[in-house]
Ligand binder design. Structure first.
Ligand SMILES: [Mg+2]
Length: 473
């Protein structure tokens, strides 16, 4: 299989497929995947079609990950789909990662697509490296090439020189975690619980298109399967709508368990398990009706862009988180204020006496509409407790547990694990902030139990290095 290594292929888009992922011929003459309408690739023009476009590319990633994990044949059209998407996202409509989109009439909306573009670029380089190894060594599948690829080298290209030193430190740290299975009296493998955004996935300007790359999904799945007895992702965002299950490239029923809403909702054994004992039935009902109202509002041309503004629209178990402004203040302040007024008006419609729902302008970038509860304060430690209990496992010694996070909201997970297993708890934090590093160190009995890195890719590169060694033996 021979592929072109020029990621910036160009095509002349014609036709009407707004999502952009239709029939086309790439620069090496190979046919690209068709959608149901068989229309050509085209630049996504609107907010809605941009989302759809990105979700289609995520399908290509998911199929790729699945094929490699299953040692099945890889469909090269999925590689070309990513390449095509990359070339569209970096065409003349994107300048310095800022892409203009149409909202309504002449109104333009600028979206920062840096994370999306870099995600494509890294995946394209990674897949090209795999494909070349497969060709070169005449291997039957890409899965056979996976342990031979140098992911650190692929990723180092995107970072300063210190990246590789950080990877080496993280490898040493992770080895202690992995090897703990040999020290366990019954040979039990350790447990991994991780945050998602900022920890396993770089932050993206818009939550709705914060999509996981292929290389990251493959590393996490292989690491979890090979070295842990339980691996779980615990995120503040929702499970669906969009949520972690829509944004990941991992198989959702694979070796990693997923939760949303700070661990209030879990996707376990094909079922959604929700902890909402502290929330009234009328509260849940009001939140559902409020969400319906918001959906209608977001269909109005004036407001549809808010689905792509920062947090977008996230339905969590006890709240709706709504992005109202971007980090770069790309939304006109008048429009943002108007949107917030509309939100409060919709709240008033479903809860005229203000008894059930609470409006929380949590930051300048987002507001939250929260259901009053019985006073219970839920944090990620409760989420960890839910998954460990539901899976019939324990954090107690002997054995190790690794907690990964990037903000103070992840600290309760560390405290919880330390309470159960002081000597066996380990923590990797993705942070450059001295205060947060200090807080992590203070929670753990010894300095050797924590490791700090500057970006999620250090963890992915380190996991792959360990996999490489282990798969080669
Ligand atoms: Mg985070």
């Amino acid at each position: 299989m021979t592929v072109t290594t020029d990621a910036r292929s160009n095509s002349t888009p014609t036709g009407v497929d707004e999502t952009g992922l239709g029939d086309a011929v790439n620069d090496s003459g190979l046919s690209l995947p068709s959608d149901a309408n068989g229309c050509p690739f085209q630049m996504p023009q609107s907010v809605e079609s941009f989302k759809e476009f990105m979700y289609k590319t995520q399908e290509a990633r998911r199929e790729t990950v699945k094929a490699i994990l299953d040692h099945a044949e890889f469909d090269v059209e999925n590689y070309y789909a990513l390449k095509k998407a990359y070339s569209i996202m970096t065409d003349e409509n994107t300048t310095l990662f800022q892409r203009e989109m149409t909202v309504t009439g002449n109104r333009r909306f600028v979206v920062n697509v840096k994370d999306e573009v870099l995600g494509f670029e890294k995946d394209i380089h990674f897949l090209e490296a795999l494909i070349h190894i497969q060709d070169d060594k005449d291997l039957s599948t890409l899965a056979d090439a996976y342990p031979l690829v140098d992911l650190s080298e692929v990723l180092a290209h995107f970072y300063p020189e210190s990246f590789l030193d950080e990877v080496d430190q993280c490898v040493e740290f992770l080895k202690k975690f992995v090897k703990s299975a040999e020290e366990h009296p019954q040979g039990k493998k350790p447990i991994l619980v991780t945050d998602w955004d900022g920890t396993m996935k770089d932050y993206c300007s818009q939550y709705a298109t914060n999509l996981q790359p292929v290389y990251s999904a493959l590393g996490m799945a292989n690491f979890a399967k090979r070295f842990t007895r339980l691996s779980a992702v615990l995120t503040a965002g929702p499970l669906r709508g969009p949520g972690i299950l829509d944004l990941t490239a991992l198989p959702i029923d694979g070796p990693i368990l997923f939760s949303g809403s700070w661990g209030r909702e879990w996707f376990l054994k094909g079922r959604r398990i929700v902890h909402k004992d502290d929330i009234s039935v009328e509260g849940i009902d009001a939140l559902n009706r409020f969400q319906d109202e918001m959906q209608t509002l977001l269909h109005e041309p004036e407001y549809c862009q808010f689905e792509l503004v920062g947090s977008g629209v996230q339905k969590k178990v006890d709240r709706l988180t709504l992005g109202v402004q971007t980090v770069c203040t790309q939304v006109e302040s008048g429009l943002s204020t108007q949107y917030q007024d509309e939100i409060r008006e919709r709240m008033h419609r479903v809860d005229p006496n203000g008894q059930v729902l609470h409006y929380d302008p949590s930051t300048e970038l987002e507001v939250e509409v929260v259901v009053h509860n019985d006073g219970t304060v839920w944090n990620k430690a409760d989420g960890v407790d839910v998954v460990i209990q539901t899976m019939g496992d324990t954090l107690d010694p002997p054995g190790r547990v690794l907690i990964c996070g990037d903000t103070a909201s992840d600290l309760p997970m560390v405290s919880f694990a330390v309470k159960k297993n002081p000597e066996g708890t380990m923590a990797i934090f993705v942070t450059q902030k001295p205060e947060l590093r200090e807080r992590v160190r203070t929670l753990l009995p010894s300095e050797s139990q924590s490791c700090f890195v500057s970006c999620p890719d250090v963890i992915h590169a380190a996991m792959h290095k360990i996999l490489k060694e282990s798969m080669a033996n």
